[in-house]
Design a protein around this ligand. Sequence first.
Ligand SMILES: Cc1cc2nc3c(=O)[nH]c(=O)nc-3n(C[C@H](O)[C@H](O)[C@H](O)COP(=O)(O)OP(=O)(O)OC[C@H]3O[C@@H](n4cnc5c(N)ncnc54)[C@H](O)[C@@H]3O)c2cc1C
Length: 385
Amino acid sequence: MYDVAVLGLGAMGAATLYQLAKRGINAIGIDQFNPPHTNGSTHGETRLTRCAIGEGHQYVPFAIRSHEIWKELGNETGEQLLFETGALMIESALGGGSVHGSANFLDTTISTAKQFNIAHEVLSGQQARQRFPNFATNDQDKAYYEPGAGYLKVEECVSAQLNRAVELGADLLIDTKVHSISHANEHVELATSSNPIHAKKLVVCAGPWVKELLGAPYDTKLTTTRQVLHWYPIAQNAMQEWKDHPVFIWIHGEGEGYYGLPSLDDPTLIKVANANYGEPSAPDNVNRDIDPKEQTEMFDVHLKGRLMGIKPQAHKSVTCIYTVTPDSDFILDWHMDHKNTFVVSACSGHGFKHSAAIGEAVAQQLIDGTSTIDISAFNMTRFKD
Ligand SMILES: Cc1cc2nc3c(=O)[nH]c(=O)nc-3n(C[C@H](O)[C@H](O)[C@H](O)COP(=O)(O)OP(=O)(O)OC[C@H]3O[C@@H](n4cnc5c(N)ncnc54)[C@H](O)[C@@H]3O)c2cc1C
């Protein structure tokens, strides 16, 4: 009998297991694959992180605390996880764009930066272009620069937390699917492809598979979507300008936004993706093939005329999955029917940067019944049928 079982070891489960193990809890983490893997939401080299959060002020404490944890973890393991390259966010004069459900993304970013005293600069389009000549902003555009923002090595963050969790005494059960969950009075039983697992408490961090695992009412509140990450070559004569570039988000008109990061495996490329929600798709049936038209469209709609020195032919593209709630905010709450089960569905395209602190808050909720960071905004009851 474990004290806690963590079902799913992507971004959220790895962070939760690590934080439980750090507190001496007898915990097991279970995954149907061998994390980090490429079948869910947590792969593709990097994730953008920023502390002023355009999705809403309720996220800022998670982002700030996560940066502290990533740094601590990096020091403990000797492997840097967080890279503070700075982040440039641009809203074109066309305006009106929403990112992750936030209609006033740039303005909310600026107001949360002021509210939480986060170092930043607000730049005109002209100032942004002078400072970052790779970004062909118009004079009328508006920009925000956050020097402490940057990127996280996504797979390494998961591995570091799982390795530390094991060192601290947690058990791992990988390549083992949980087929069903049975709730008894004082414990849960997980039926798996091998022996059943018993635990006093359960944390469900199953990402895109939460729907099928928990059923109603979670299945009607969550949509899983197919997302594509693309890597484009940098022209030889632009290589120097793109060296050490900031991560960026560029909103250019209603529904049109994209973001970019450095390519770690091959620095002659940059990684970019559309920030909008893609086609709904069940996690086990996601079309992993890339239509060349998707790559052409990405370049023509987003990069062309905006990013200087980027070649139009994508080098490679990879699919990934978002799990989206109706308001694009997370679910961090006890199960509606089972009071020994905690549900973590923190994606809608923006969860990774918060995941280290979410794991800590979930561990605190399980152990102390409360958490340092207020999670009340992420309850399940906010959704009215
Ligand atoms: C393309 C893309 C780009 C993104 N960019 C950013 C970004 O720049 N910044 C940012 O902050 N966030 C970003 N995100 C969001 C972020 O990556 C997600 O919020 C986060 O990775 C979600 O992690 P998760 O643990 O919820 O899900 P997953 O990583 O999918 O983990 C769920 C795990 O549960 C396991 N599992 C499920 N069901 C079972 C079962 N029945 N039995 C056993 N195991 C099971 C799965 O195998 C999986 O390992 C992005 C997401 C995508 C897809």
